[in-house]
Write a protein that binds this ligand. Structure first.
Ligand code: NDP
Length: 293
């Protein structure tokens, strides 16, 4: 079994991005600037935003951190987005999800200029991705593809089972895995809460990608010997083993699945680190106007 080391790969990509930023600055261009809008004080979101801003700093990006209280109106957030859309100093804009119930996520996403939508959630980017046209790829699926590429994992003609069909992970990764590309060219099955015989379907997978949001859901009996297992799940579980009183777990029961797999991502240290770095890759592409000149 080989551990798919998100820390190592994300460090490699980080160095590559930092080098490009140095070259841009040396040739007189401005640093890429990522704006992050956060609403409310939900603990997990605050942690994600802080680590996105920190990683921006590490690669030499500027960042613009905008924080609203949970009571902010939808219109106020939309107005801010419209302002950033026309601000030439900002290259990419993300709005940290989830949002409070009185703010429509789809309205927010559709208000972001698709050319600055570095999360890749805007329908124009999603549609272009589905058609195989250049677009910002959503960061988590892009991170998975980057990992498969850098570990030279064969995907061509393989059976890939994706557990989960969310707009941000399950659906886009299933599209990317079935695309005529490398990595890609896999035969993809998407599973969800209505799937019958889920265990048997998963056990057919050469590549099993799990994003269902259920801690340690995938057990060894659901995994084909030698499968590649990608665990997207992140759960903060109470633990007596750590000082902090919690431990991060994935959607896969790592201890029993790892010995059966050929490659597996750990949690933490796997897909999560790749997600942030792929968001920065998109921001670099936005600053360089590589997707939408
Ligand atoms: P969602 O909750 O949006 O989607 C979960 C999907 O899993 C749904 O399609 C749902 O089916 C399906 N599902 C849930 N329970 C079952 C079940 N018992 N059997 C079969 N299918 C089931 O989750 P996300 O895609 O947003 O996130 C998934 C996980 O990944 C979470 O743990 C999240 O924290 C993590 N995550 C990690 C990221 C990272 O950077 N590493 C980034 C994003 C998410 P249905 O559609 O029928 O309801």
């Amino acid at each position: 079994m080989i551990l798919l080391d998100g820390k190592k790969i994300s460090e490699e990509v980080k160095q590559e991005i930092a080098q490009e930023v140095n070259q841009m600055v040396a040739s007189g261009q401005k640093r890429p600037n990522l704006a992050v809008i956060m609403v409310g004080d939900e603990g997990a979101s605050a942690t994600y935003v802080a680590s996105k801003i920190k990683t921006c700093r590490e690669v030499g990006f500027d960042s613009t951190d905008i924080h609203y209280p949970a009571s902010v109106t939808e219109e106020e957030v939309l107005q801010k987005i419209r302002k950033i859309n026309t601000d030439p100093t900002i290259d990419g804009l993300i709005v940290q999800l989830p949002l409070p119930k009185h703010i429509s996520e789809s309205k927010v996403i559709e208000t972001i200029d698709y050319r600055k939508d570095v999360d890749g959630f805007h329908p124009i980017n999603t549609g272009r991705m589905a058609m195989g046209l250049p677009s910002y790829l959503p960061a988590t699926p892009a991170g998975i593809i980057e990992m498969l590429r850098r570990y030279n994992i064969e995907t061509d003609g393989k059976n890939c089972v994706v557990l989960g069909r969310s707009n941000i992970v399950g659906t886009p990764i299933s599209l990317l895995m079935s695309r005529k590309a490398n990595p890609g060219n896999a035969t993809v099955t998407i599973c969800h809460s209505r799937t019958q015989n889920l265990k048997a379907v998963c056990a057919q997978a050469d590549i099993l990608i799990v994003a269902i949001g259920q801690p340690e859901f995938v057990t060894a009996d659901m995994v084909k010997p030698g499968a590649v297992v990608i665990d997207v799940g992140i759960h903060r579980m109470p633990s007596t083993e750590t000082k902090s009183g919690f431990k991060l777990k994935g959607d896969v029961k790592f201890d029993e699945v790892a010995p059966k797999s050929s490659y597996i991502t750990p949690v933490p240290g796997g897909v999560g680190l790749m997600t942030i770095i792929c968001l920065l890759q998109n921001t670099l592409l936005a600053a360089q106007k590589k997707i939408y000149p």
